[in-house]
Structure formats: structure tokens, C-alpha cells
Write a protein that binds this ligand. Structure first.
Ligand SMILES: Cc1cc2nc3c(=O)[nH]c(=O)nc-3n(C[C@H](O)[C@H](O)[C@H](O)COP(=O)(O)OP(=O)(O)OC[C@H]3O[C@@H](n4cnc5c(N)ncnc54)[C@H](O)[C@@H]3O)c2cc1C
Length: 232
């Protein structure tokens, strides 16, 4: 693992209380779609018991000319500092690291809760440039459309092999899927669950619960790839 220096280049709002931070891409960095890095802020403007470091998935894809992360604003000292940091502030990170990367050989079922969408946005952007010949399904659950990060990107994503199932659990006007994700819902949408790799990303509770349910359904542990984001 290496240490890199980078500079903040831009901040964009990508959903309600959810920001995308764009960083200059260091020369010679190589990473796989779905991997993460650990950022260290040069100073904290606000107190933070956890200190100046946090891990974030690179939501950008490896071919993009900048590095991007996306995160919900929670009020932590780390995130308040990140939001107020002037453009061009230099910071460092270690990485890239992580095993939540696409297996080219099998159909992919991406299951994301909230900000857990970040590795899948990176992978789907990357798939536009690589020869992935299997089906891809994205089940993406949020409370509401305005909380749904990169919703338009997935709605407009053009790939015959891709199916997008947005799930809104508290969106009154939504006529599509509203149920909580469980194995029954997964089986309804995916005929060949046992021949697919299931990638899970979201809160610790969501990932733990779905993993347990999938294993009870005799889905092999090595068909399940997951990452949990704690702190939400
Ligand atoms: C492999 C991996 C990849 C990850 N990728 C991402 C990613 O792509 N995007 C992402 O957003 N996160 C990601 N995370 C999680 C990330 O590292 C943080 O844990 C998460 O974003 C919460 O950080 P935080 O600073 O908001 O809250 P923490 O400091 O962890 O605090 C937890 C909660 O306490 C509350 N809190 C803390 N301090 C205050 C305060 N001063 N005032 C009020 N409330 C407070 C907040 O509500 C916060 O939600 C990833 C984690 C891992 C391990």
C-alpha cells in the first residue's frame, strides 16, 4: 500500500445532504473499480473523536481523470472540515485497497443501501469501457428519490445487459418497488441467483442481515462479496 498526496479540486451536491468530493488524480496511481482509500486531513477545523482519518470508496472509475468520493453529511468534525476545506488544499491518503471488485466470469447482482452505492457507480462506469459479457442487476434502496445518489446516472445508463431496480421505502408518490430487500425479493427479480455473484454494500446491519439470509437460502459464501459502511 502506498501513500499519495492529492489536492481538493471541487465539491458537488449529488443528493440531499450528500456531497461528491473531487480530487486531483496523482500520477502513477492504479486502482480497481470498487476499491477504497484512507484519507487524512491536514488539520481538523472541528473536534472529532475519531481523528482526521476516514476510509472512502473511490466512486470515480479508474479511467477518469480525477478521483472522486461521495458521502452523506453527518455533522462529524471530519466531514464538516472536509466541506469547508478550500479548493487546492493538499491532503494525503493511503491505498488503494479492498476486494469488492468485479468478477468478470459471472453475472453480477449489486445490492446497495444508500451511500453504499459508491463501489457500484465506479464498477458500472468502468463496465462501459471493458468487455463484461454477463448480466448486471442493481437493486438500490433509499428512503426517497432525493436521498438517492446518482439516481439519474443509473436511470439513463445504457447497456442492454443492465437492469436497474430502484427501491424507495418512504416515497409516497413512488409506484415502483417499495419493499425492504430480502431473499424473497431478490429471488423475484433474479432467476439465476445461484449462478451469480452477489455484491452487497450498505450499513453494517443491512449487510449482516442479507448475508445471513442468503446463506440460509444455500447461497455459497464465496458467491457473496460485501462491504459495510458503519457510522450511519
Ligand atoms: C471499506 C469502506 C469504504 C467506505 N466507503 C464509504 C463511502 O464511499 N462513502 C461514505 O460516506 N462512507 C464510506 N465509508 C464509511 C466512512 O469511513 C465513515 O465511517 C462514514 O462516512 C461515517 O463517518 P462520519 O465522519 O460521518 O461519522 P463518524 O465520526 O464515524 O460518526 C458516526 C456518527 O456519529 C454522528 N456524529 C459524529 N460526530 C458528530 C458530531 N460532532 N456532531 C454530530 N453528530 C456526530 C454522526 O451522525 C455519524 O453518522 C466506508 C467505510 C469502509 C470501511
Amino acid at each position: 500500500m502506498q501513500t499519495f498526496k492529492t489536492k481538493l479540486a471541487a465539491i458537488n451536491e449529488v443528493a440531499e445532504k450528500t456531497m461528491e468530493f473531487v480530487f486531483e488524480k496523482p500520477e502513477h496511481i492504479e486502482y480497481k473499480a470498487g476499491q477504497h482509500v484512507n484519507f487524512k486531513l491536514p488539520e481538523l477545523y472541528y473536534e472529532d473523536k475519531k481523528g482526521p482519518r476516514r476510509t472512502f470508496t473511490l466512486v470515480s472509475s479508474p479511467r477518469e481523470s480525477s478521483l472522486k468520493i461521495a458521502t452523506r453529511l453527518t455533522g462529524s468534525g471530519f466531514k464538516r472540515t472536509l466541506l469547508e476545506m478550500p479548493v487546492k488544499t493538499e491532503l494525503e491518503f493511503i491505498g488503494p485497497m479492498g476486494e469488492l471488485v468485479l468478477n468478470m466470469q459471472y453475472p453480477a447482482v449489486f445490492i446497495a443501501g444508500g451511500i453504499g452505492i459508491t463501489p457500484f457507480k465506479s464498477m458500472l462506469t468502468d463496465i462501459e469501457n471493458i468487455n463484461f459479457n454477463n448480466k448486471i442487476m442493481l437493486l438500490y434502496t433509499n428512503k426517497s428519490i432525493k436521498r438517492s445518489v446518482y439516481f439519474n446516472y443509473f436511470t439513463e445508463y445504457k447497456n442492454k445487459k443492465f437492469t436497474f431496480i430502484p427501491i424507495f421505502t418512504a416515497e409516497k408518490s413512488w409506484t415502483g418497488e417499495q419493499r425492504r430487500i430480502d431473499t424473497n425479493l431478490i429471488k423475484e427479480y433474479i432467476e439465476n441467483v445461484k449462478q451469480s455473484i452477489i455484491y452487497l454494500c450498505g450499513s453494517t446491519q443491512m449487510v449482516r442481515q442479507l448475508t445471513e439470509e442468503l446463506i440460509k437460502e444455500n447461497i455459497n459464501q464465496d458467491q457473496i462479496r460485501s462491504e459495510s459502511f458503519f457510522g450511519y
